[in-house]
Design a protein around this ligand. Structure first.
Ligand code: ATP
Length: 240
């Protein structure tokens, strides 16, 4: 039935006379890591807001986790994970309290929350700092914790909006190890980024230019197609 985690056709958003997202069409397979790229103002955030049920399309159709983005936005909000660039951890709560808090928001039972808290702390090696306020953690750890917390309700798809801003390539690489683990377990990852090393890590990448999807393929195919050595070069040729 739903072979795709995300299926979008002719999706359009206008603000008055201005078309911010111009008839974009693409599918994302289950378990795929899909990079959503574009220069500042290309329309990524506007498109993503429609996908996660926060904004109604002007035209076009979209299905996310099998739900219609026009009529089933509430189901989408509950069924997906979302990590924004300004991730929403509470700095003055401890690591453990943050996990428990999000478990509560997503309606997990007490038992599920306790199980999930242990699981996340084990996975991320956070036991030592469990009782420290999140403010005390290095940024890279905070990002991994925010990612873990966005999946506390075990969603089929996670949307990551520039999840690794401000950290160096080594720390980004660590974050991506966690992304791979999740994709290997069958979760679909939809990620926006400005870092071209991250674009290289995706299964497929789309590049938006002025509201349109100008290119969409695997990093290798895009490099061939645009006669480029790196994704940086591809991006510059298309989206500068
Ligand atoms: N509510 C709005 N009303 C009018 N114009 C808007 C609105 N939201 C976004 N826009 C415009 O739509 C265009 C696309 O914006 P959007 O934020 O989607 O781009 P983006 O690709 O996410 O950029 P960035 O990487 O800077 O976040 C921009 O020109 C922006 O000014």
């Amino acid at each position: 039935m739903n072979e795709y985690a995300i299926k979008v056709e002719g999706l359009t958003k206008r603000f008055g006379d201005f078309t911010a997202v111009d008839a974009i069409t693409f599918n994302v397979s289950k378990g795929e890591i899909f990079g959503f790229l574009g220069a500042n103002g290309a329309g990524k955030t506007t498109a993503m807001r429609m996908l996660i049920g926060l904004s109604k399309p002007t035209e076009g159709t979209g299905y996310v986790a099998g739900f219609d983005i026009r009529t089933e936005a509430e189901k989408i909000k509950k069924g997906i994970g979302y990590m924004s660039q300004k991730f929403s951890l509470y700095n003055d709560l401890t690591v453990k309290e943050n996990i428990r808090f999000y478990g509560g928001i997503y309606g997990l039972s007490k038992k599920q929350i306790t199980k999930k808290t242990t699981e996340i702390m084990e996975e991320l090696g956070l036991f030592e700092v469990a009782k420290k306020p999140v403010a005390a953690l290095p940024l890279g750890w905070k990002q991994r914790l925010a990612f873990a917390v966005s999946m506390v309700h075990d969603p089929e798809i996670v949307f990551l909006d520039e999840p690794t801003g401000g950290v160096d390539p080594h720390v980004r690489r660590q974050f991506w190890e966690t992304i791979y683990q999740q994709a290997d377990a069958g979760r679909t990852i939809f990620v926006t980024t400005h870092y071209m090393d991250e674009a290289e890590y995706c299964d497929r990448v789309s590049i938006m230019v002025a509201g349109k999807v100008e290119a969409l393929d695997s990093p290798d195919n895009l490099k061939n197609q645009y006669d480029s050595e790196t994704m940086d070069e591809v991006f510059l040729k298309l989206a500068r």
